[in-house]
Write a new protein. Sequence first.
Length: 334
Amino acid sequence: MYGRVTFETPDDKEVKEQARYWLARRYSGEITPTERREFEDWLGRDPRHGDAYAHVAGLWQNLDEFKPRAFPARDAARAYRPRAQVSRVRHFQLAASLGLVLIIALAAGNRLWFDQPSEFYQTVKGEQKSIFLADGSQLELNTDSAVRVEFTRNGRVIRLEHGEVLFTVNHDDGRPFDVLAGVGQIRDIGTIFNVYKQPGDAVVVTVKEGAVSITTDHITTMRLSQGDRLAYTADGMRTGFGRVDPASADAWRDGRITFTRSTLEEVAIQMARYHEVDFSFSSPDIKQLKLSGTFGTNDLPLFLRTLSATLPVEAQLEGRVVRLASPDLPHPAP
């Protein structure tokens, strides 16, 4: 019986060359902010781009254990700096040559390592973004979020500065993957998990697949498995732990948000993450009304109409202010 033969199309070859080019640029230490945006645009244009980049990045990351030693071909590649007028095709050729150098290094038993420079990613209100890391892991940033990525010989550290991120981790026992959020450390154990750093630095961690461990100043290392959700305060105190539908961990990717007996004040804080608006309440009692259900995040007027039909509250959008009042009470003054 004959084995299956797979033919590579010219388009496939070009995508691989582009992936090698972007990998080489990101590791060069010379990539510009404009090029970073071009790279993210390239990733989003075609699903094959992300797959190709994750593949070459994974091959690159497999060289982590190789220690620096004298290697003329590698040194020559490092010393090479293309002139500004050299075309991008030439850069593709350089990236391919660099791949050949690495293969030769492996065959010769040389060990080499390149630390990845710290990188910063963020989204604005209403924006979502997928980031492919050099180790094959993926970060999906929700609205108004920011992370800093630091890869070193000993580990991978993601600092969640604010907002919400879904992590899909390429697990590696030799190089732990840690998310620092507030005063807590969330360590991957082979998983997909969501971390939301709220205003005020409280943090909510939800495990979609696999498991993580969490440690804070007040929480001895605790293991969370699929469907577990843990919340802790800005000073590391545990405020909640429970079981949820794992699918709810990343419902925001589909433009949905779920509330379970949430106060209207909490609801307002969540919806304000997606829209450039402020919420105004006619009285403290309005803030304490409870809301449950799953709602869309993209259409604010529709959400407000649904809110008025669900709760004894009138919701009016005036410019960039949402005014919430009891039907029996006057609206708050502008």
